[in-house]
Design a protein around this ligand. Structure first.
Ligand code: FES
Length: 405
């Protein structure tokens, strides 16, 4: 058993673990996709942005996932609010684009209904053509929101997951020195790119470090020798990349390691290390000495996924730290690009007549535990063959009564 996979308690995974992944049909099934949206994505917290992305009155961010549209906005009293981005007249988006500032009101682009920043209706356009409308009753509908260490999460329906704070409690002490509530957005760092792959195939690539040596020359050069993954436990996975000792081969890694100043706000154990915290089902926060990143998969259909992400910097970032952050971003961008093809190829393979599933290395045990979490919510994924058309939901219900949750 390799030392590069550990459980959170420090013990190693069992010797006889089941090395098979999810059956191939789960990567292409439209019926399963619908169930994933309803049972997983609407009921789990999703990170939208950081409070400092919406620092001033009228600043907003939008976020679409699972057929829902969220709007995060700072009102004129400075309170952060989350609403459905959906006009109460006929459902148009109220805020368009991914982010911006709307001034002191939100005006629907369709017919011009106007809302206050606290979500209450200021008034419909041509109000004389409507009966009197109660401004609170006809206001924007709120979405459940939680701010954890400055990161803004939303959830569209209650579910089995506890609060964000409870879910991330196991890493709260470790990440506290990164000064998360004070982070500042890095202008231009937000990205959103579509991949022709099922969201699980994208996550599968990210859930194991076995491929780092072959597929990511930059990351391997940075931390390949001592990198290790801890599998998912109660929805949280942790991966750690202490920097390699000795000379680096690549220009960007060599200079990053050379220019990165001593991160005195971090304990010594974390000053030369990248730490990733995965949060089931679809997002990761990365803690670097020079910056903090977040990325997540947004499923669009069974065969199409958007991957989005952004970078935040320290409030009092020095010039030297800024240069180091530029270089870490460059190393990261290469890795994201390298992973895209891997996700698409493995997802395509599941449709091939030659496909016989996967056989996982000890270094891919984290991926197995991700699949175990999925099977807990959707035990139909245990089935080797896709259920007959129109029966997937009922088969899943039967299996839930047999296996839980
Ligand atoms: Fe918004 Fe008509 S849909 S004003």
């Amino acid at each position: 058993m390799s030392d590069q996979v550990r459980t959170r308690t420090g013990t190693k995974p069992p010797d006889d673990w089941d090395r098979r992944g999810l059956p191939g049909w789960t990567y292409h099934s439209d019926e399963l996709f619908d169930l994933e949206i309803a049972s997983i994505f609407r009921t789990h917290w999703q990170c939208v942005c950081h409070v400092n992305d919406v620092a001033g009155p009228g600043d907003f961010q939008t976020f679409d996932i699972a057929g829902e549209r969220a709007l995060i906005i700072r009102d004129s009293a400075g309170t952060l609010r989350a609403f459905h981005n959906l006009c109460r007249h006929r459902g148009s988006r109220i805020a368009t684009g991914t982010h911006g500032n709307c001034g002191n009101s939100l005006v629907c682009p369709y017919h011009g209904w106007t809302y206050n920043l606290d979500g209450t209706l200021r008034g419909p356009a041509r109000s004389e053509t409507f009966p009197p409308l109660d401004n609170a009753e006809w206001g924007l509908k709120p979405v459940e929101m939680e701010v954890w260490n400055g990161f803004v999460f939303v959830r569209f329906a209650p579910g089995p997951q506890g609060s964000v704070a409870d879910t991330l409690a196991c890493v709260a002490g470790e990440v506290a020195p990164y000064g998360l509530p004070d982070l500042r957005p890095v202008e231009g760092s937000a990205y959103s790119e579509q991949l022709e792959a099922n969201w699980k195939a994208v996550r599968d690539v990210d859930n194991e470090g076995y491929h780092v040596r072959q597929a990511h020359p930059g990351l391997d050069d940075l931390y390949g020798r001592k990198y290790y993954d801890e599998p998912y436990v109660d929805g949280i996975a942790r991966s750690v990349g202490p920097f390699n000792q000795g000379p680096a081969r690549r220009w960007s890694v060599r200079n990053y390691r050379k220019l990165l100043p001593e991160a005195t706000w971090l304990p010594e154990s974390h000053r030369r290390l990248w730490l990733y915290v995965g949060m089931f089902p679809n997002q990761v926060i990365g803690f670097y000495p020079d910056s903090v990143i977040m990325y997540q998969e947004v499923p669009l259909s069974a065969d199409l996924t958007t991957q989005r992400g952004a970078i935040w910097r320290r409030k009092d970032e020095s010039r030297q730290l800024r240069v180091a952050r530029y270089l870490s971003g460059r190393i990261d961008r290469d890795a994201v690009e390298e992973d895209r093809m891997l996700a698409m190829w493995t997802c395509e393979a599941a449709r091939s007549s030659a496909y016989e599933g996967v056989f996982l290395s000890d270094l891919e045990y984290g991926l197995r535990t991700f699949h175990d979490h999925l099977r807990l919510f959707l035990p139909v994924m245990r089935e080797e063959k896709e259920p007959a058309p129109g029966t997937l939901r009922s088969v899943n219900e039967c299996l839930i009564s047999e296996f839980g949750p």
